[in-house]
Design a protein around this ligand. Structure first.
Ligand code: PLP
Length: 394
């Protein structure tokens, strides 16, 4: 048996443990009395257009073509639609031959990292970070190097990055809007990052690829702008997903975009095709690829997330909790009032508040609250948060 795979399969994630606990508690005390903030499952419906297009496709298209294999990199019409949308929206040159359709961001990431890393390379990312990054980097034969971020803003700590990039660095992996902090990297951060990577690539004689994980690109509030990284740094690989923007996480659809102007772009793209093949993806789901071609530029109604954010941030700060104002995604990263965030989460459980400790996100001392839930649940949960704060005399 492969010990690494056994390890991955036999250890349930902390988030899953908490979610299972919530289901058990719901049977005991009633679902309306359990405040489960553990999972990042979108709480708003997909846009009506998704259903309309799917119905249309099922009615009008030839079923063997509709459900058949597409080419490995994805249906050309679909890639063309995405490529046109990228150029129109972000003003960067794109090309269908540099788009690779995937089963969501997770697949985009493991494929992209496998494409750019050799055994023993390093992938640098910034804490807090999505828990699966370590698994994806190690699957690519690389080591994940997680750097602490600036403590009050969760923007990149450039002194630390300066010291950490070296000859082994194959890629820098960023995620903005961020899971779990909700922080969006400012344009200044992106410019500095691009400058540093250009300089380090020249110094080490090795192109450092910037891999950007973007399932939350459209989930931003109050006019916050998410800079398009390809426009700032040419050696960028975009890992996009429709899981959150169209509320379709179970359908597994996304793409990789290799900048045609990147260093050795064609070879990197072919390595992406090879990595997809090696990981056994064959092609992304055909029906959903074809739906995507007709739903470019459409998103679920994300306004409820903004209302949830405002409600929670306002109330929690009022009770004395500290958190960075999230600009996007649907997570709030709250400073634990005691050093051990696991102990804090256990205490929160007494009030049936299910929160996730920051340790698995590489950031002990914080907890994540996923506010992709109904506003009614948030309102019902507030007295419990207030009592919890009272335990710490905040
Ligand atoms: N990256 C981040 C930051 C995420 O939060 C998630 C899912 O929650 C993923 C990647 C995986 O997304 P997908 O469902 O598109 O594979």
């Amino acid at each position: 048996m492969n010990q690494r795979m056994y390890g991955l399969g036999s250890k349930r994630s902390v988030i899953r443990e908490i979610f299972e606990f919530g289901k058990k508690r719901a049977q005991e005390v009633g679902a309306e009395n359990v405040y489960d903030f553990s999972l990042g499952n979108p709480s708003v419906n997909p846009p009506q257009q998704v259903e309309d297009v799917l119905t249309q496709l099922l009615r009008e298209e030839n079923p063997t073509a509709l459900h058949g294999y597409t080419s490995a990199q994805g249906d050309l019409t679909v890639r063309r639609a995405i490529s046109d949308y990228i150029t129109k929206t972000h003003g960067v040159p794109c090309d269908p031959d540099y788009i690779y359709m995937t089963c969501g961001a997770a697949a985009s990431l493991v494929i992209s990292l496998s494409a750019v890393c050799e055994e023993g390379d390093e992938v640098i990312t910034f804490a807090p970070y999505f828990t699966e990054y370590k698994v994806f980097a190690e699957t690519a034969g690389a080591k994940l190097v997680a750097l602490a971020s600036e403590p009050d803003t969760f923007q990149i700590d450039f002194n630390l990055l300066e010291k950490s990039v070296g000859a082994k660095t194959a890629a820098v992996l960023v995620n903005s809007p961020n899971n779990p902090s909700g922080v969006v990297y400012s344009e200044e951060t992106i410019r500095k990052l691009a400058d540093l990577l250009r300089r380090k690539s020249a110094e080490t004689g090795r192109t450092i690829y910037l891999v950007t994980d973007e399932p939350y690109r459209e989930l931003v509030y109050g006019g916050v702008k998410v800079p398009y990284l390809t426009a700032y740094y040419k050696d960028t690989i975009v890992c996009y997903s429709y899981s959150k923007s169209l509320s379709l996480p179970g359908e597994r659809i996304g793409y990789i975009f290799v900048n045609p102007q990147a260093d050795r772009a064609k070879e990197i793209y072919l390595a992406v095709c090879g990595a997809g093949r090696a990981h056994g993806y064959v092609c992304a789901p055909s029906l959903f690829q074809k739906m995507i071609a007709r739903c470019q530029g459409i998103t679920s109604d994300v306004s409820v997330y903004e209302k949830n954010r405002d409600l929670l941030v306002g109330a929690l700060r009022g009770y004395g909790f500290r958190c960075v104002q999230p600009g996007g995604a649907f997570y709030l990263f709250v400073k634990s009032p005691e050093q051990d965030a696991n102990a804090f989460c256990e205490r929160a459980k007494k009030y049936d508040l299910l929160l996730v400790p920051g340790d698995d996100f590489g950031c002990p001392g914080y907890v994540r609250i996923a506010y992709c839930v109904s506003p009614e649940m948030i309102k019902r949960s507030l007295p419990a948060f207030e009592k919890l704060a009272g335990e710490y005399s905040l």
